[in-house]
Every structure is written in C-alpha cells, then in structure tokens.
Design a protein around this ligand. Structure first.
Ligand code: DGJ
Length: 737
C-alpha cells in the first residue's frame, strides 16, 4: 500500500483504536442509523463483519468474524468453490479461478454522499475489482456496487457479476418479496427462509417488475412487522434482467446476493475495459418494515426520482375512457371535463398516430410517430390549443422502444429489431409487436429523436407517458457481433439509459411516467429519469389497495399514479361507488382514467370536491411520511394507512373497509407517526354522510390517537336509496395553534 492510500485509509477508517492489528483494519461505514463494518487487511480477503444499527467505534474495532469463514464481502469463485459466489470469470488461458485480495482502501465525497472504495486485485491475473459503498447519511440508505477491470492484454469472460452481497446470521429470518402478473402486480409474500437456494429473477430484458420485483425485505426477528424488529431492505437499481439469491446453508446462515441476471448474459471484458455493476440500495431498521419504507421514500424523493421534490399534477388519462378511439372531439370533451372538475392536466393515451398503418388497435403503427390526421385534423397543436383554452396542461403517450411488423419504420429498417440470425422474429402484442434493438446506436438515435421531435415541435407538451408492452422474446441482436450476442440484455439496458440521459439533459422538467403494460417498470433503476410509475392496468379500487400496499414498501406515494376509474370496473367488473374509488385514488398521486361522459352529475360533483380536497392534502401525501396501520393482507376487514408531514402538525388518515359481513368485528385502528404531545383536530374529507362523524371538529392528543385511535363507524349514514356495501374514510388531522 502506498503512502497516499494509507492516508486515505486512515481517513476512511473511523475505528482506528488499535486493539489488534486485525481490528485496526475494520472499516466502519455509517449512515445516521446504521453501520457496515468491513475488514480490509492488505493482501487478505475482504470480509464483511457487520450490518446493523449504528455502532460505536470501540465496538466496530473489536468485532471479529461474524460467520466464521463464510463472511466474504464479495465472494469470488475458484479458490472457493462450494458456496455461492458473487463474481466468476474465465481467464484467457481457460483458468476459471479468481483470487481477489485487498490492495487499497480510499474514500471520497460525491454529490453529498460519502463513497468508500475497497480495491481488490487478483493474486496472479491482471484483474482489479473495486467494491464500493455510498452512504446517504440522513436518508439512511447505503448503495453498494462493484467495478471490474480487465488490466490484461486479452479478453476475459465474466460469467457472474453481482452488485452486492450480505452474509446474514441464521435465526428466524423472513423474506418478503413481490410477485405478480399483469393487472395483479406487486403481491406481497412473506415466509421464513428455509434451507436451500431462493432465487427471484427476471428475464424480460425490458420490463423487470411485471412478474417479480428486485426489492426484498429481510426481517431478522421473525414475521415482519411494521413497527418492530430488525429489517434489511434491499433494492437493486437496474432496468434490465436481475437475479436476487439467498442461499441458506447447512449452518443455517443466509447468503444474500443481488445483481444483474448473468444467465445467457456472459460478458466479454476487453483489455482495459471496466464493467460497472448497478448499485444495490440497502436500508436498515431496528423498528420494523415501516421505517425501511420511509427511508427509501425520503431517499427516492431527494436523490433518485426525477423532480422528486416537485408536486405532481392531477390528471385525466384517456385510456380507459376511449381506448384506441382517439379523436379530436372526444379529446376536447375530456379536457373540458377534467378542467371542470378541477384537474390540471390531460394525457392522450395510445391511438393518436400512424398514417399508412393507423394505430386503431395494438397491432400496427408503433414506430410511426406521426399524427393520424383522420382522427386529429388539427394535429397536436389543435389539442394543445384546446388544453390552453381549458387552463390545463397537455400530455401524450408513446412507446418509443417498439415497432410493429405493420409499420413504415419496420418496412424501411427491418435490421433495427431484436431477432436472432436465420430466424423469423417472435412477435408480441397484436401478433406484430417487435422490440427495437437499443444495443444499436442508430436505434438509440431513433428513440431519442421520437421524444426530441415531439418536444421541440410541441414545447407545450408537459407530460409523457412512456410505455413498453413487450419483453425480449427471442435472443438476438442484428447489431452485436457474433461473439457478443450474449451482451444483448446488458447492451439493451445500457442503450436505454443513454437515450434517457440525452432526453433528461435536454428536457429535465417534462414529467415522464414509466408505464409498462401496467406496473412492469417500477424499479429504482428507472427512477432517475421518470417522475412517476403506473402501478397497474388494474384500476379496481379494492384491488388497488393491495397493489399500492406492495408498491409502497419501497416506492413513495408521490410517484404512485393512482386513478379513479369506471364502475363497473373494466378489469374486475366490480361495482364500487365513487366515494370509495376516490378515497383509494387519493392515497397516491391522484388522477382519473375514465370517460367523464359516463359519470353522473352527482359523481362529477363528488369528484370535483375530492380533487379540491386533494389539493389541500397533496403536500402531506406527496412529501409526508407513510405509516401503514393495518394491512389488507391481514384480512381483518379493514386496511388503513396515514401520511404525516415533517413537522407533525398535519396528517391524513385513510380507512377502507375491505369486506362486508354483517356485525363484523372490525378492529379499531391505532394511528402512528404523530407527535404524542400535540393536539390534532379532525375533519373528514370527501364526506357523504348526512350527519358528521362523532369526532368531527374535535381535538385529540397524538398520544390518544396512537394509543387508542378513533372508532370508525362500519357504514355510511346516507339516504336509504344511497346505501351500499362499501365504506371508506379520509380524515385530515391538523394542529391548530
Ligand atoms: C398499456 C398501458 O399500461 C395502458 O395504460 C395503456 O397505455 C396501453 N398500454 C395503451 O396501449
């Protein structure tokens, strides 16, 4: 180790109380509430000693190996063959081993975060690997990633390249993860970890949260609870295929890995090239899963999500209102309606483009981003004019990474699509959809130009709904060389990021929604370029409670697009009154997804009132701390959550009945997150009852509300003819000085 690196090491090492030689090299990496301790001894393996609540320097210095031999910070394959490993590669001479040892430790500050870098080098081959930890102090999130450099003169082949690894001591450790399908995304599943390998992975190439999520919770003290127990939250920040693995071995210990899915993606690293793995974000809580969510939400708003500190507008999206039947009259009508109800933005969804191949259904037109003047004789400008007339903003739907066999783009450039050589492409939606090959820089230009042209031609466009409705269904790039075909998924993701970077550097202020046949793109990897995420194409208010519950574990409400839709609902056919639909939609980023012409005057009136009330609570919902109070998964007949603002003088409480049984014994919900010493006055929002609630306008201490709660009546007191089997409440709590 040279002098400079020794100095940096001393700066990075908080724990320099010399107890033993070994302890002196325990590097302590902290956030306000957590520490990771890594043992970095020159010439030895890098070892992970601790991840947990923040510890003292003496404790950090004195920690010794936590799990015996199995505590490598970044396990390498070859000289250790039996356990699961984080990295593996084939050397030019066919040698399949790596033997990485510590060479250097350094630290630096970057964009408000501290970065500690451990440099490892192979004992024989010219391979350098850095293991990095970035800490966000106040938000209590750490990110870890690696950079793998080939310093040799010949290619090496990377066959495994996880972003991060954590050894976790055996005990009663539970895993919570999210699985699902279109219209039923982000279902939560929690179970104790059992012996063997648990793998959660994605192979879509395009939409990586449709069937499973890369975010997981590891609860170390048994069944997960919102407000107690030690929990690790881990979210891979990646837009492509991922793999999360937990190996529970014969000694009951757990070995957690997360990173790019290496299957069918071996990567040839050329001389001098560095492969950078996507960051894995980690958060620690000693107080249950709720704190993990709040930390991730804060961190997302402050450092990840595009425009995370700007309020979101209330919008009407045209999809469920007219589907592909876009036309000028209908768009104008919808704009007038949303403006009349107090909305701020109208978004024209799919169906507006294509001339030779008009987009009348899902089987034609993608790639031909030219207005269909049969449907819109006055073009986009006509619509923008109409939006202005109504005093609202205008947004538009695109799916720029895709084309159809029935499109002018494909006719001219069949070489731009993803398909294997010597075979016909496998098609997706409408039996004609194809994915463009973003590995190809020319295709990257095309995708960039779609957005750039729209936004330069129509600078008034305020919002883009960016959709992606297909997976990579066949493996093959017409651009990559025959030796690099296994780079397809990785290069697609890189290409997409390049395009998004170009778009965002020119258009930082446009709101962009990540949509992917519903919630197929809800991952921290997408957040830096997107302002919000479409959670699901299922807009049924009851099922949305479950969907949004899952999403809320890692993703903040400000980005959670949540729309009031028709009744009967188009996906489940359930009949739900407007009050309940509104009360659910108001717990996220409120919007509408409906044909307003099919709403009754009374429904419109109620929605108008709800939009107005939402405006008053918008800062609390979009920037407040989330406290989940009663989970719909607990099946107690009620689900409930609340948001509390930073100064704890305003909160919004949501209560939704999730089933209807006569004389059901519904639990009384205890509030959380309030200041016990402050007094809160209660006001019901979206009220439909003839008589106010018994506690309307009354004041209660935070202590009482958190230790006792309010008795919410099971049903609404409304005129006989308006009675339904649905019941929900939204309460505003305010401290009056
Ligand atoms: C899938 C999206 O999830 C929907 O909201 C809608 O935009 C359609 N695509 C349009 O084709």
């Amino acid at each position: 180790m040279n002098c400079r690196s020794i100095t940096l090491l001393f700066a990075a090492i908080v724990s320099m109380i010399t107890v033993t030689d070994l302890a002196a090299r325990n590097v302590k990496i902290d956030t306000d509430n957590s520490s990771i301790i890594i043992n970095a001894e020159n010439g030895k393996k890098l070892s992970h000693l601790y991840y947990g609540s923040k510890i003292s320097e003496t404790d950090a210095a004195n920690i010794t190996q936590a799990l015996g031999k199995g505590n490598l910070a970044y396990p390498d394959y070859g000289m250790i063959t039996l356990p699961e490993t984080a990295i593996a590669m084939i050397q030019p001479d066919g040698n399949m081993t790596l033997d990485l040892v510590v060479d250097n430790v350094s630290s630096r500050k970057e964009n408000g975060a501290n970065i500690t870098t451990f440099t490892l080098k192979d004992t024989y081959y010219p391979i350098i690997v850095t293991v990095n930890y970035r800490t966000w102090q106040g938000e209590n999130v750490m990110e870890t990633w690696t950079e793998i450099k080939n310093n040799g003169k010949k290619n090496v082949t990377l066959t495994r390249f996880a972003s991060g690894h954590l050894p976790i001591r055996g005990g009663d450790v539970w895993l919570t993860h999210f699985y699902g399908n279109a219209k039923n995304e982000a279902r939560m599943e929690s179970s104790p970890l059992e012996h063997g390998l648990k793998v959660i992975k994605n192979r879509s190439g395009v939409r990586n949260s449709r069937y499973a999520h890369s975010e997981v919770l590891l609860s170390l003290d048994g069944k997960p609870a919102e407000d107690k127990g030690r929990v690790i939250g881990a979210a891979l920040e990646y837009n492509g295929n991922y793999k999360v693995k937990i190996d529970t071995d014969q000694s009951n210990n757990h070995y957690f890995f997360s990173g790019i899915n290496e299957e069918d993606s071996q990567y040839i690293l050329t001389p001098g090239e560095t492969f950078i793995t996507p960051p894995l974000a980690l958060a620690w809580s000693s107080n249950g899963t709720g704190e993990i969510s709040r930390n991730f939400h804060k961190w997302a708003r402050k450092h990840k999500l595009a425009n995370g500190e700007r309020e979101r507008k209330i919008l009407l999206n045209s999809w469920e209102g007219v589907y592909f039947k876009v036309n000028e009259k209908e768009m104008a009508n919808m704009m007038k309606n949303i403006a009349d109800m107090g909305g701020e933005l109208f978004v024209m969804d799919d169906g507006w483009f294509g001339t030779k191949y008009p987009r009348n259904n899902g089987s034609a037109g993608l790639g031909d981003w030219v207005v269909d003047t049969k449907k819109l004789p006055n073009g986009i400008n006509g619509l923008i004019k109409e939006a202005k007339k109504n005093g609202i903003d205008f947004g538009i739907w695109i799916e720029p990474e895709m084309t159809n066999t029935k499109s002018e783009l494909y006719e001219k450039h069949p070489e731009y699509i993803i398909k294997p050589a010597n075979r016909e492409p496998v098609t997706g939606r409408g039996n004609t959809q194809l994915v463009l090959d973003l590995a190809n820089p020319k295709v990257q230009d095309i995708v960039y130009t779609v957005v750039d042209t729209l936004l330069t031609k129509y600078p008034e466009i305020d919002y883009i709904k960016w959709d992606a409705n297909m997976d990579i269904l066949n493996h093959g790039s017409q651009y990559l060389t025959k030796d690099n075909q296994s780079h397809l998924y990785i290069e697609y993701e890189k290409g997409l990021r390049k395009v998004l970077d170009r778009i965002r550097s020119k258009y930082p202020d446009v709101t962009i929604q990540a949509c992917s046949a519903g919630g197929g793109r809800v991952n921290y990897g997408f957040l830096p370029w997107f302002d919000e995420y479409w959670v699901s194409d299922n807009t049924d208010a009851l099922q949305r409670i479950y969907l949004q519950w899952g999403i809320s574990q890692f993703f903040p409400a400000i980005g959670m697009s949540s729309h009031i839709s028709a009744s009967p609902n188009h996906q489940t056919h359930r009949i739900i009154p407007i009050k309940y639909r509104t009360d659910v939609a108001m717990s996220g980023r409120l919007g509408m997804e409906i044909q307003p012409d099919n709403m009754t005057d009374k429904e419109k009136e109620q929605t108008k009132k709800a939009i107005d009330e939402y405006k008053s609570i918008r800062p609390i919902v979009q920037f407040g701390d989330l406290y989940r109070l009663l989970s719909p998964y607990d099946d107690k007949g009620v689900a409930s959550l609340m948001y509390v603002n930073d100064s704890k003088d305003k909160a919004v409480f949501y209560w939704w009945k999730t089933r209807t049984f006569a004389n059901d014994m519904l639990p009384r919900v205890l509030m959380a997150g309030l200041d016990p010493d402050k007094n809160y006055t209660i006001r019901e929002l979206n009220r439909i009852d003839i008589k106010p609630l018994s506690f309307e306008g009354k004041t209660y201490s935070g202590k009482f509300l958190m230790e006792n709660g309010l008795e919410i009546p099971q049903n609404h007191k409304v005129a006989k003819q308006n009675e339904t089997d649905w019941s929900s409440r939204v309460l505003l709590l305010e401290v009056n000085n």
